[in-house]
Design a protein around this ligand. Sequence first.
Ligand code: ZN
Length: 448
Amino acid sequence: MTEQAAAEAYAAVDAAVDEFADEATELLTRLVAVRSVNPLQPGVDGSLYAGGEKRANELLAEALRPLGFGIEWVEIAEGRPNLVAVLTGSGGGRSLGLNGHIDTVAPQAGRFDDPWTAVIEDGWLYGLGATDMKAGHAAMWLAAKALQRAGVTLAGDLHIHSVVGEETMSHEIGTTAILEAGHIVDGVIVPEPTSTAPDLLRVANAAAGNHLFSVTVRGKSTHWASRNLAIRAGGPGDEIGVNAIDKVVYVYSAMRQLEEQWAFTKTHPSFPAGAFIIHPGVLRADIGVEAAPYFPDRARIDYLLSFPPGYTSDEIAAEVEEHIDLASRLDPWLRDHPVEFTWIDSWPPAFTDPEGDFARSVMASRADLASVDAAVPPLGAPVTAAAQSDANFYEAFGIPALVCGPGDVRVAHAADERVALGNIALAARMIARAAVDWCGLGETADKR
Ligand SMILES: [Zn+2]
């Protein structure tokens, strides 16, 4: 591909993006109107939203079909199909994937009565899922529409993977299911929100791993008035009763100690010092009912930890358990009544080499856009993602993955979620460039 051919293609794409930007807004409005709330969100009555993800994916499929995309479905969880839309290239090029999750979090009370009726105000579109991440879907569509309108044929295939279940980390029924079904690509862009003004279209190549887990500590119940006998000289001690709150505080302190150590032992060049944490989120202790006149016989802390690329979830879990096990040996009760761990969900870390072919291609595409549009500030190198995304699961398959999209993560999962409409066009222009640069121009375009 000559530089001139690329420049001509980009100019034609930019004109087409302008031409169809309003149609992208309309598509986003229609996507927001579909109640694709993740039915497994905590606190959500899933039956209210059954089939929402499916309807939203069908809507997107209908928008992509006229652009020449072949449509396939990957359905692991019944009634929650993932969309795989493929625009087959003319041959000989690398394939590019675009991944977006079609599920949203639960609605929150905000300024507007109905979170599913998009409201446009001062260049912003308000609505549930606007930023996270239906604007990403609108940008993918607009990029593909602009490529078609501009007469650009790609050499490699362009995939759109629109997945369910992302908001509850249910990747086995979403992104991982698509990959296991054989829809493999050579690189993927996930247009999750990375545009916090004025830093529009930041490209993220790294994300921390996460692990959700709980620790349970057992005690021994007795009458509250026996506390002195349980903890002071002269009494029988643990024989009469063990207050699980006393024990869980000990475990909490040991975990804090490990977290302090992590500031030094868990480091990664893509993250600031001290980035990795062991966050206690829920603390519960009682005897089965909330009543103070008893020794609570059970206590539980729910934690969410983050860890750097280079470790597996299993390695991290083993390290945490070993640390707590060692600390427990210093306490006679805990030595004989080991802390119980429940490892609930984990999200692997992500790291795509910023010097690799894919990152260089995407960064070059972004640099080209920045050179013609002052709204996009130059970005020397990829940054660390502010949140988890499905990029991690492509990397688990050895596929380089970068996150870059039109939304603003600060208004994701928030009341009055919104997206700046202008960012959708910018993201589309960048995605189209990345498709041309990575997949190559196809034969038809070369003949033009
Ligand atoms: Zn998201």
